[in-house]
Design a protein around this ligand. Sequence first.
Ligand SMILES: [Zn+2]
Length: 432
Amino acid sequence: MKGFIFVTVLSLILFPLKGRSEIIAQTTSLSEQEIMLVNWVESQQVALLHDLETYVNINTGTFNQDGINKFRDMLEVEFKSLGFETSVQPGGEVDLLTCKSRKMKFADHLLARRAGVDSLKVFLNGHLDTVFAKGDEFQTITIEPDGRLKGPGVLDMKGGLVVLTYALKALHHSGRLDDANITIFLNTDEEIGSLGSRPFIEELALKHDVGLIFEGSRDHKLARHRKGLGQARIKVTGRESHAGAAHQKGVSANLELAHKVLELEALTDYSKKTTVNVGTIRGGEKRNTRPGCAEAFVDLRFVNNNEGLELQSRVEKIALTRYTHYPDFPDLPKSEVWAILHRPAKTIHPITDSLIAEAMGLSAVIGEPIIGTYFTGGGTDGSLTQAKGLPTVDSLGPNGDGAHSSREWTTTTSLMARTKLAAVLIDRLIHQ
Ligand SMILES: [Zn+2]
């Protein structure tokens, strides 16, 4: 009920924002209670940075179950100490449709809940995994000469998880979590598209009033809307034969895949902001053997969901079209495809806009002001939640850049400012 009132009131406040291309910061000032929250966070800088160092130095590449389990267990202890009931949810597995046809299992996800009475239901979502696999060279946090913190996940999104955790600690310390209605869901497979966790996220989205996600931000701005994302795996089976003695008895999977790659890349249309990226191709085993298997892994991005569906069907059609023909082997090469739109486009939402305006106003008072918004081709789980009707701000983590590369960085100032902001923002949501 309270959620409904909140939504209605916000919609009214928001009405003047409709149609604006830029969001204007909502003027605000901090109450004494909020100043106490901010001061408490300020007193925790050493502990916060220590935790960030610990978390970043544990490798949590998506398929490193041991590392993710260790990290998840540490956060579970934290949330329990804040009065949350916790449980793990099955990570599941996915068939990668490759020449080796491997099934990959995901580590279990973490769910933490505080069920309050008659309070707005807040959904806090994040991911435990990073793009850096166990053997990657980029494994530890360092402090650069300019004071920046560099490390795998400092921005995406162990920094964000520290922001979330310390914001909740601040609220717990002040007794402000009592009666709060908060669910935290941390998945283990976000970096490959939340293929196993999507049903959990979508179900939780339907049960809450507002969503906050602490993915990193850039240029001191928040993401307002995002492209939709899809992915496709293509496997081509040919016929191996001796490249010298029996060339004609072979069917080249590589040649067939090469035709498909040219057609797939040609689907890119910058005028529509639609892109197709054949990110990886792999095929054959030996120089002197006609290649019997080849595979491709393809990334799709689109501005609206209808274009996404059309793009998916065009990709599937190209994947299944036979471009090369062998009279002796009329059924070869054989092609298979697996394609999915794993993130819908995140469109502008009036209530999300109002939350962004409030966050901008708060940041102007708290420090490290958020100066605007941006549209991005990158996706987050906020695209899933908002598509289910849950207004979601999804880049409330620290400011920085270089995510998914060995240049990934953030700053202590930003971590501290965003933690203070998160504490006050969540406090306002659960106590309005
Ligand atoms: Zn992320």
